[in-house]
Ligand binder design. Structure first.
Ligand code: GMT
Length: 378
């Protein structure tokens, strides 16, 4: 199949999922065309069946805001026509699903039919999408897509609750490449961070408010007073300066390291003992899955799709959003020497259920279904 993929090319979960999906599809023989405004961060390899088309916008003084959606729609039209795409898969509804709709309508005037699959990732529904200024467009473009998938059953439920949706939404969960995300031997790194064999906690995110990074720091502050431990914070974003200040106020700076954005997050995860995810909302929790694949148990909130990933008492624990007391107690329980090996083994076992080898065929079968439906309608 010749498949176009539109996504955000950044470190965000939706861009990571889209890029890894494209790479895996190419390895299985499909031809993949990424259409994004810059090279996706995870598109870090050469493959003869992977192509990248950059969306560029010429600036004009009249525009206070650059019309990205139009430039994207124009680019889609071009790529579909000249690369003869069979299907377009857009990740994150805003503005990709509506740009895809516009491209599809333009192509139709030239007798070209473009089936569009939209994958909903989370904040495009639960945070940004439901904003009244976007809601009508999101509703329309979901209803107009030829196929719609959500990364968890909870996200499907939220979408049906928040929008007036008149179509099926297929749940295809996120996945993990276990070749890449596996525990590696990084003893030198562990020794440098934890010279006295302290327990090592970790959090990775885009440091937006929804991640509640302050809870990570408050939980850790209580833990470090109970057991020798260190905290690694991976990623960057709007809340980082506030978090640095919080660490200074708590006097925990010597035990906390801000590592910023990292490509090789699996190297860091390989030496960690516990992943903290106290998010306000999380449609799936890809970062937690990456940790679990590296044998790191998870203490998280029970929000959104997290209960579909983290098994309470088995791969870690879950608490209500903001319940720091509970997350401290649960973390201490996981970190106990007598418990930790069991939690680590369980985390890996659970992550293996999300192996890309199992999830990729679900996408391929879904594409086939949509193509067949469209052929039948023609
Ligand atoms: O978490 C973010 O803010 C990034 C966002 C994205 O779209 O890039 O992540 C969402 O999509 C990920 C991949 O499907 C999910 O694993 C995250 O749970 C989801 N984030 C939220 O729902 C807050």
């Amino acid at each position: 199949m010749r498949i176009g993929i539109v996504c955000y090319p950044t470190f965000g979960g939706s861009g990571v999922v889209a890029t890894e999906l494209g790479k895996a599809l190419a390895k299985k023989g499909h031809e993949i065309h990424f259409i994004t405004y810059t090279q996706p961060v995870r598109l870090d390899f050469f493959h003869e069946r992977v192509f990248y088309h950059e969306v560029s916008i010429s600036s004009y003084p009249l525009f206070q805001f650059q019309p990205y959606e139009l430039a994207l729609a124009g680019k889609i039209v071009n790529v579909v026509k000249y690369e003869k795409l069979d299907l377009l898969h857009v990740h994150y509804a805003i503005p990709h699903a509506s740009a895809a709709y516009m491209a599809r309508q333009i192509l139709l005037t030239e007798g070209i039919y473009l089936p569009v699959v939209t994958t909903l990732h989370g904040t495009d529904i639960t945070l940004v999408g439901k904003d009244p200024s976007f809601e009508p467009v999101v509703t329309f473009s979901i209803n107009q897509s030829d196929g719609v998938t959500a990364v968890s059953a909870d996200l499907r439920k939220d979408t049906l609750q928040l929008f007036n949706i008149n179509r099926e939404i297929e749940v295809i969960p996120n996945f993990i490449d276990l070749e890449r995300f596996r525990k590696r031997k990084m003893d030198h790194f562990k020794k440098a961070i934890c010279p006295n064999n302290e327990k090592l906690l970790v959090h990775t995110s885009n440091f937006r408010k929804v991640k509640r990074v302050q809870d990570v720091i408050l939980i850790f502050d209580r833990i470090r007073h109970r057991i020798p431990s260190k905290l690694l914070l991976v990623g960057d974003g709007p809340e980082r300066v506030n978090m640095e200040k919080l660490c200074r106020d708590l006097g925990s700076c010597n035990d906390v390291r801000f590592l910023g954005k990292l490509d090789a997050v699996e190297d860091v995860l390989s030496v960690c003992d516990l992943f903290l995810m106290p998010s306000e909302k999380e449609s799936f929790g890809l970062a937690a899955l990456e940790a679990m694949a590296c044998e790191v148990p998870v203490v998280s909130t029970n929000t959104g799709g997290l209960p579909e990933l983290n098994i309470h008492g088995v791969t870690g624990f879950m608490s209500e959003v903001g319940d720091i007391d509970s997350m401290v107690a649960q973390s201490l329980e996981v970190l106990e020497d007598a418990n930790l090996p069991r939690f680590k083994a369980n985390a890996l076992k659970r992550a293996q259920e999300f192996d890309i080898e199992f999830i990729l065929p679900q996408y391929e079968q879904y594409y086939e279904r949509i193509l067949q439906q469209k052929m039948a309608e023609k």
